[in-house]
Design a protein around this ligand. Structure first.
Ligand SMILES: CC(C)(COP(=O)(O)OP(=O)(O)OC[C@H]1O[C@@H](n2cnc3c(N)ncnc32)[C@H](O)[C@@H]1OP(=O)(O)O)[C@@H](O)C(=O)NCCC(=O)NCCSC(=O)/C=C/CC(=O)O
Ligand SMILES: Cc1cc2nc3c(=O)[nH]c(=O)nc-3n(C[C@H](O)[C@H](O)[C@H](O)COP(=O)(O)OP(=O)(O)OC[C@H]3O[C@@H](n4cnc5c(N)ncnc54)[C@H](O)[C@@H]3O)c2cc1C
Length: 643
């Protein structure tokens, strides 16, 4: 199962080796993080990042190994933006000459980059950005300027204190004419003494949600006061500006400017399974240790995992972690394919890839953020302790619903793709993840054939139910949209239904990828049979949660919906015996989990007790402030207090 989770034996070995390397090195200790103040926390992260870079070079780690190493260090820091956004932006949007100049510098970290797109006033609406890049023909330069307060760049990670360079997105202006938003490579700091270059105002945007998690990152603010950069620092694969000031567009589509976001959204889906599996591992292990009620004849009380209600909250999350792992793997292969095509100037699959990355990013991050919080509640009161590992995990994870495309905004992108696909149905056969929309007649006409709870243990029945529900919702939206004279007005009016239809489409993708995985790629019958159970749990849990959709579209009868729920409850009993094996297969080490409740050895109570004594308040019996503020109250000789 560990191999099935990792994707291959080699993938397992690489991640396992890196997990152990990090866990066994005292530099990467992280239990004390929540006790540190912001400055110490930040310096500590800089120290770890520098040490990690040394390890990467000394041990000659491959790119894959380096990624896992950074993952297990488990602290957001400036290198995330450098590797995940700055380098890919140059790779995707730079010309050959630009890549030749900038990539060697970035890949050896002689420069450190960030991705400065969002502004105080605009994040989702990229075309609404206000920073200007005005071409000056006399000097062959762009003048970067922040004309308003709301045009201040706001959020870029690593920008406040570390990055030496940034890809800055700004409105290109030539001779007073606006030519859209483009990316520019801008140097922010001196490579000699690290001070901000003249004309730039740089700072940190302040503390964020949680304590020891995202505050290791220096998310920054940046303002330009007429800062000049050479013309050849505009990323020019998509559009070019000549020294005469002529604006030209190559045959590469404008959407490629958004390519870096496609790349990162794909990794965010993979990361969702890591975060959710981490929370589920903690909650499952603790649910086995924790006992409440149910003692018979003085015997042990019941393990809370044996309560049906606990199982009905926990096991769908366990199944979701596996579903997200497999859909993340599938999305990566889709992305690798589109990347190769884009390099060869084949842009045909970009719209579908954009819809998949946007939609699955929204689906998986929303479910993971909710899932982590549910796991905290599944651990009862102790889940609220920092030492459970869950509050910090939640605080670290939850911004994924907003960054890299706010989730609802992303679902609306999926909706645009689906509406376009439906409106082209007469003359363009949909392919890939939208292929089912090419079979609308049977999907709209045929109803579910399930008659017993057992009948739901059939991948074809499940797939057809999810396809019919999505098709009916999408087609229904399409028909209602056609009644509007102004399509944009219609889109806005129907946006709630469109987001729900997009979610149905994305859930269909995750369910079908899970089924596909079982049909083709699982080694060993025991592993396959166990994963089949999780696949059914995932699908039937979604069916139960969204049964309103399945019923309202008329595909299911109430009886069939209740048979699905009956089967789901039976499946929980089949998950129970393997629950611990399922979470052990994630191969999360104690260091990575950073949770007393989720310890591999289950030694929870002594270690919880021990952890409490490490709190700074327990350094002494009488702490600072007691004599000054509490003792005077105790020593007052009042007969009565007037309230
Ligand atoms: C909301 C977005 C997608 C665009 O909105 P809109 O103004 O409606 O459209 P445009 O005119 O700009 O473009 C529409 C056109 O382009 C297609 N498209 C959009 N995005 C992509 C893409 N990524 N790849 C390919 N194609 C794309 C779209 O389908 C339309 O095609 P048509 O053929 O129908 O014309 C956009 O503004 C957007 O993406 N907003 C979200 C901003 C965002 O994600 N910011 C991330 C900042 S970096 C960050 O958050 C870092 C976090 C830290 C970390 O990750 O650790
Ligand atoms: C931790 C963190 C790190 C970040 N790092 C970076 C970084 O390194 N570089 C960078 O450039 N940016 C970064 N960002 C910024 C991030 O990309 C944006 O915050 C994100 O894209 C969301 O945009 P917004 O803040 O403008 O949200 P808004 O768009 O203002 O969203 C507010 C609300 O409006 C709704 N809404 C907006 N538009 C629509 C619409 N058309 N229809 C319906 N509803 C709508 C949304 O659903 C949401 O509910 C980071 C953000 C965070 C939290």
């Amino acid at each position: 199962m560990k191999v099935a989770w990792a994707g291959s034996r080699e993938a397992f070995q690489v991640s396992d080796r890196m997990a152990k390397l990090v866990a066994n090195d005292p530099v990467f200790e992280k239990f004390s993080k929540p006790m540190l103040g912001r400055k110490e926390l930040f310096k500590n992260t800089l120290r770890k990042a520098a040490y990690a870079w040394k390890l990467i070079n000394d041990l000659r780690l491959t790119e894959e190994e380096a990624k896992w190493l950074r993952h297990y260090i488990d602290e957001p820091n400036y290198t995330d933006l450098h590797w995940e956004m700055f380098v890919p932006a140059i790779e995707g949007q730079g010309t050959k000459e630009q890549k030749k100049k900038w990539l060697p510098l970035a890949q050896t970290m002689q420069i450190i980059g960030t991705y400065a797109q969002t502004e105080l006033g605009h994040g989702s609406n990229v075309q609404g950005l206000e920073t200007t890049a005005t071409f000056d023909r006399q000097t062959d330069e762009f003048v970067m300027h922040s004309p308003t307060l709301t045009s201040s760049k706001w959020w870029p990670g690593g920008m406040a204190k570390v990055a030496t360079h940034a890809i800055v997105y700004a409105r290109l202006i030539i001779d007073g004419l606006f030519h859209g938003v483009h990316g520019f490579i801008v140097q922010l700091r001196s490579l000699e003494d690290h001070s901000p270059l003249p004309g730039l105002t740089l700072g940190d945007i302040g503390m964020k949600f949680g304590h020891g998690t995202y505050n290791t990152m220096d998310n920054g603010v940046l303002r330009f006061d007429h800062v000049r950069i050479p013309r050849n620092q505009m990323l020019m694969r998509v559009s070019q500006v000549t020294k005469e000031g002529k604006y030209a567009q190559s045959d590469v589509p404008r959407q490629l400017l958004y390519g870096t976001m496609v790349s990162v959204r794909q990794t965010i889906v993979a990361d969702a399974s890591k975060a959710l599996s981490r929370a589920v591992c903690i909650a499952t292990r603790y649910s086995v240790v924790r006992r409440q009620f149910g003692s018979r004849n003085g015997g042990p009380e019941t393990q809370v995992i044996d309560y049906k209600t606990q199982q009905s909250r926990l096991f769908p999350l366990l199944a979701s972690a596996y579903a997200f792992r497999f859909v993340g793997e599938w999305l990566k292969s889709l992305y690798i394919d589109v990347k190769q095509r884009l390099e060869a100037n084949d842009f045909s699959t970009l719209p579908e890839t954009h819809a998949c990355t946007a939609g699955l990013k929204a689906l998986t991050t929303a479910a993971t953020a909710d899932g982590i919080e549910e796991c905290r509640k599944l651990c009862g009161g102790h889940g609220y302790l920092i030492s459970s590992g869950l509050p910090e995990l939640f605080a670290f994870y939850v911004p994924a619903c907003s960054y890299e495309g706010e989730n609802v905004v992303m679902m609306l992108q999926v909706a645009r793709f689906l509406v376009k696909t439906v409106s082209n149905l007469g003359y363009k056969q949909p392919v890939g993840t939208a292929a089912y929309l090419g079979r609308v007649t049977p999907l709209l006409q045929n109803n579910c054939a399930v008659q017993t709870a057992e009948d739901w243990l059939n991948p074809d029945a499940i797939l057809e139910a999810f396809e019919a529900r999505a098709a009916r919702m999408v087609i229904g939206c399409g028909e209602r949209l056609a009644m509007f004279e102004n399509p944009e007005e219609g889109f806005a009016e129907l946006s709630i239904d469109l987001v729900e239809a997009s979610l149905a489409h994305c859930q269909l993708i995750t369910v079908s990828v899970f089924i596909q995985k079982l049909n083709h790629e699982i080694p060993g019958n025991g592993v396959k049979r166990s994963l089949e159970v999780l696949c059914y749990v995932y699908a039937l849990f979604l069916l139960h949660k969204h049964q309103g959709d399945f019923l309202a579209t008329g595909y299911l009868t109430p009886k069939q919906a209740s048979l699905a729920n009956e089967q789901l409850r039976t499946l929980y009993s089949k998950v129970r015996p393997n629950a611990i094996a399922f979470v052990d297969s994630f191969n999360h080490m104690d260091h990575y989990l950073c949770s007393v409740l989720g310890r591999y050895d289950g030694n929870v109570y002594p270690k919880l007790y021990e952890a409490a004594w490490k709190d700074p308040l327990n350094d002494s019996d009488i702490v600072d402030g007691i004599q000054q503020y509490v003792q005077p109250i105790l020593k007052q000789k009042l007969h009565y207090a007037k309230l």
